[in-house]
Design a binder for this molecule. Structure first.
Ligand SMILES: NC(=O)c1ccc[n+]([C@@H]2O[C@H](COP(=O)([O-])OP(=O)(O)OC[C@H]3O[C@@H](n4cnc5c(N)ncnc54)[C@H](OP(=O)(O)O)[C@@H]3O)[C@@H](O)[C@H]2O)c1
Length: 462
């Protein structure tokens, strides 16, 4: 039986149970809203399962050649009885790897954002496939990932980097797919748009902190949650003062102490912008006010986040740092995937430390809370300006502290946007375009007035 036939059969089975497209309550204690309170349903709710499937789940992986994508493929290849990848998408920077993945997974479609790499991709696929084997269909262009996100499958894993992931996120939700969301930027920049489309239980967070909160929230009711505690490794510059951060180089910033990730999220971890984005993400996913979301520095990255309940209990989710754990939650929920990632070895001594956040050295979390509260286009402006500044820093055009100084200035100049409820995709794109242009102008001024004498990314990687 082919994947589509199998899915159709599974769909029919689900429809008989009255489950497809409508969330199923699991472990509901109060008998309504998955055991949570009467306030609007949060975007992500571990008590709800959007589209239960007993058999193999068909998965589309967006950003397959990146850090999240390759780890997801590792998980799928080790669990053929649970997952089958039907399509892959990438920007087009690594066509050899993409062709190799396509062949190993026998996908039906491969998509690239860059149309100019199609001949190279076709050549790589031809080299990978034996004569007589059918090559996958190729989709190319700016909206190729968005087309795939709406294609026939059970789960879409969005592992694209950057706010370019918004359109695929919206397409997957509109098409009724379960969305395993690693691309936090789509939620940050398009929060109200995502909220308007997502059905209860349709989004499963993949970011490790949010997957941890998701699991800890499964233990109680929403009414009993006092606060969310998001952990931060503190990045490579934990413990440094603002003055000590003035001359750090891209090579130092790219050396994350606990996680191996793509370059943008790695620099965002060094500035703690990533933590700021995650606070906004937690607010949007779990509908908890900003003043009840705390950040704590935990250098070992063993505890991925915690939920404090009103009785004083704190529930923490902990594993050695390995993204395959949260990816398995995203692809497999409500089931756990055996041996998704290594567990702790309790026969060995270990120290787990927690420190308060230094808001002076790392002002990004405070600024993120501010833009999150402003809502509307403010988070999109924050994120877009930051992406430009990260690029400038990696190219040696901006000092490390200049990233947040520039982002703060762009956010201030943007002012107070309209309310989030009337946000459109056009508003987001317009705000991003303005923020990128303004951040580029400001970084160019910085580069003219204070030329940098530091290693660029290319030098750092050499
Ligand atoms: N890595 C982690 O451990 C981690 C943890 C938590 C959350 N996240 C989040 O997960 C997302 C991915 O992060 P990452 O570290 O995996 O990034 P990454 O290693 O830089 O990979 C990004 C992937 O997205 C693809 N891509 C870029 N632009 C695209 C476009 N326009 N259309 C289709 N694909 C495109 C890239 O393709 P090419 O290879 O062709 O460039 C690559 O496959 C980010 O939102 C990040 O914040 C990552």
């Amino acid at each position: 039986m082919g994947p589509e036939e199998r899915r159709r059969e599974e769909t029919q089975r689900g429809e008989k149970r009255g489950e497809v497209g409508s969330p199923v309550l699991r472990g509901s204690r109060s008998g309504h809203n998955g055991g949570m309170s009467d306030s609007p349903a949060p975007l992500a709710d571990p008590h709800l399962v959007f589209d239960p499937v007993d058999g193999v789940r068909d998965v589309v992986i967006l950003g397959s050649t990146g850090s999240i994508g390759t780890q997801a493929i590792d998980l799928v290849l080790r669990n053929p009885d649970r997952f089958r990848v039907t399509a892959l998408s990438a920007a087009g920077g690594r066509v050899g790897l993409l062709a190799e993945q396509a062949h190993r997974l026998r996908v039906r479609t491969v998509a690239v954002a860059r149309e100019d790499v199609v001949p190279a991709l076709r050549e790589a696929l031809t080299a990978e496939y034996a004569p007589g084997e059918t090559l996958p269909e190729i989709l190319a262009g700016a909206d190729a990932a968005t087309q795939l996100a709406a294609s026939d499958c059970h789960t879409v894993l969005n592992g694209i980097t950057g706010s370019i992931g918004l359109a695929p996120t919206l397409a997957a939700l509109e098409a009724g797919r379960t969305l395993a969301l690693a691309n936090k930027e789509s939620l940050i920049v398009g929060g109200p748009l995502v909220k308007a489309l997502a059905k209860p239980g349709q989004i499963i967070p993949v970011d490790s902190e949010h997957a941890a909160l998701f699991q800890a929230l499964a233990a109680g009711t929403r009414a009993d949650v006092r606060k969310l505690v998001v952990t931060a490794s503190g990045g490579p510059f934990r413990g440094r003062t603002k003055a000590e951060l003035a001359n750090v180089t891209p090579a130092e910033a790219l050396a994350h102490p606990t996680w191996a990730m793509g370059p943008v999220i790695t620099i965002n971890s060094a500035t703690l912008v990533n933590k700021g984005l995650e606070v906004i993400e937690a607010h949007l996913l779990y509908d908890i006010p900003f003043d009840r979301i705390e950040v704590v520095v935990h250098p070992q990255s063993y505890v991925h986040s915690m939920v404090e309940y009103t009785d004083g209990s704190t529930l923490a989710q902990a594993t050695p740092p390995d993204m395959r754990g949260p990816i398995a939650i995203g692809l497999g929920w409500p089931e756990r995937v055996p041996d998704a990632a290594p567990a702790f070895d309790w026969t060995k001594a270990s120290s787990w430390e927690f420190f308060p956040l230094d808001n002076d050295a790392f002002p990004s979390v405070g600024l993120a809370r501010h833009v999150g509260q402003l809502a509307g286009t403010a988070p999109a402006v924050f994120n877009a300006a930051n992406e430009e500044c990260v690029d400038a820093f990696l190219n040696g055009a901006l000092p490390f502290n200049g990233i947040m100084e520039t982002v703060t200035r762009v956010v201030e100049e943007h002012g107070t946007p309209g309310t989030g409820t009337s946000l459109t995709v056009a508003d987001v794109l317009e705000a991003e375009t303005w923020a990128r242009a303004r951040a580029r102008e400001l970084t160019a001024q910085t580069a003219r007035t204070a030329p940098m004498a530091q290693t660029t990314t290319a030098e750092a990687r050499a």
